[in-house]
Design a protein around this ligand. Structure first.
Ligand code: DON
Length: 312
C-alpha cells in the first residue's frame, strides 16, 4: 500500500548490521587521487547490495548512489570481447595472476607485450583494443551491453572523470605504446586508450552492478531476463580470472579470507560473485595500499563469513 514503509527483509537487517560495523571502524585508507576527478568524491559514503538469483535485490546504506566503477568495468569489457573474439582473445592476453601492481609496466617488457591477465591495466587496454577493432562504435557497443545487463538505460559516463583520466593517463599510455611496439595493439593507440578511459568512467550504483553481473552467478544466464549472456564455459572462465586476479596483488589474500571471485575498482567498488546464489556489490571510496576499498573488503568479508558463502 502506498505510504506504508517497506519492512526490511532479514537479509537487509543483516546488511545494515554489517554496514554499521563498517562505519564504526577506525577510518583508514585514502580516496584515489591520481585521477583528480575521483579525489573530489565524499569519502564517507558506504553502501552494499546483494542481488539474488530470484531477482530480489537487498540493499543497505548508499547502495543507490552512482559511483565511478573504474576497474569493475574490466569485467564488462572482458565479457563483450570474449563474445566477439572467441578463443583468439587468449593469444593476446593471458590468464595468470601478475603478482604486480595493477598499473605496473616491468613484466610487460620481458613478456613481449602480452599482459598477464585482462584485469591489470595492460590487459584491459588490449581488451579495449579488440573492441575498438571489432566494432565501428565500441563505446556505444559497450554502453548498450552494460545498460541491457542492468536493464537501466540511464547508466552513463561521468565526463569529468573521463577527461581527467585522459589528462592524467601517462602510465596507461606508456603501457599501450609499449604493447604497440610488440604488435599487440591493432587499432590506433589513442583510440584504444580512449575506449579504456571511457569504460572506466561509467557510473553505476551497487544495485546496478550487482544486478548486471548476476549472469556470472547463474552459469551465464541473466536471472531477471532469462537471456543467455555468455556460455556456461565463459561464465566459469570469467569467474576463474576474477578469483585469481580480480583483487590485484591482494587476490590471494581475498581468496584465502573470503573465497569468492571478485573485482575491485579505484572508485571504491568491489563486486563478488557467489555462484548459484547471487552477486554482492559493496562501495566505499577509501582505498587500502593495493587499491581495494577498505570498507568494501570488510563488508564482503563479514557477509561471506556470516552466510558461509565461500566457493571452497
Ligand atoms: O587506469 C586506471 O588506473 C583507472 N582508470 C582504473 C584502475 C583501477 O580501478 C584499478 N583498480 N583497482
Amino acid at each position: 500500500m502506498e505510504g506504508t514503509p517497506k519492512r526490511p527483509s532479514n537479509q537487509e537487517l543483516l546488511l545494515n548490521e554489517i554496514l554499521q560495523e563498517a562505519l564504526a571502524l577506525p577510518l583508514s585508507g585514502e580516496v584515489a587521487n591520481y585521477i583528480p576527478a575521483l579525489a573530489s568524491v565524499n569519502p564517507n559514503q558506504c553502501g552494499i547490495a546483494v542481488a539474488n538469483l530470484d531477482g530480489q535485490v537487498h540493499v543497505a546504506g548508499d547502495a543507490d548512489v552512482p559511483f565511478s566503477i573504474q576497474s569493475v568495468s574490466k569485467v564488462f569489457g572482458l565479457a563483450l570481447a570474449m563474445l566477439r573474439m572467441g578463443d583468439d582473445l587468449w593469444q593476446r592476453v593471458h590468464m595468470e595472476p601478475s603478482g604486480q601492481a595493477f598499473n605496473s609496466i616491468v613484466q610487460l617488457e620481458w613478456e613481449h607485450g602480452i599482459p598477464r591477465n585482462p584485469f591489470i591495466n595492460a590487459g584491459a587496454i588490449v581488451v579495449a583494443d579488440t573492441l575498438v577493432s571489432h566494432y565501428s562504435a565500441s563505446k556505444n557497443a559497450l554502453m548498450s551491453f552494460v545498460r541491457g545487463l542492468a536493464d537501466r538505460p540511464e547508466i552513463a559516463v561521468n565526463q569529468d572523470v573521463f577527461l581527467s583520466e585522459k589528462q592524467h593517463g601517462s602510465r596507461n599510455a606508456a603501457l599501450a605504446y609499449l604493447m604497440k611496439s610488440f604488435g599487440n595493439i591493432e587499432a590506433d593507440v589513442e583510440d584504444a586508450l580512449d575506449h579504456y578511459f571511457y569504460q572506466c568512467s561509467i557510473e553505476m550504483s551497487c544495485r546496478d552492478v550487482a544486478r548486471s553481473l548476476s549472469f556470472l552467478a547463474n552459469r551465464g544466464v541473466q536471472p531477471h531476463s532469462g537471456d543467455t549472456i555468455v556460455s556456461r564455459r565463459d561464465a566459469h572462465r570469467i569467474n576463474a580470472i576474477m578469483q585469481t586476479s580480480g583483487m590485484y596483488d591482494q587476490s590471494g589474500e581475498f581468496a584465502f579470507e573470503v573465497g569468492l571471485p571478485a573485482k575491485s575498482g579505484v572508485g571504491g567498488g568491489i563486486v563478488a560473485i557467489v555462484p548459484n546464489y547471487g552477486v554482492i556489490c559493496a562501495w566505499s571510496p577509501r582505498l587500502n595500499q593495493y587499491g581495494n576499498s577498505c570498507m568494501g573488503m570488510y563488508m564482503i568479508t563479514r557477509l561471506a563469513e556470516k552466510l558461509g558463502l565461500s566457493v571452497y
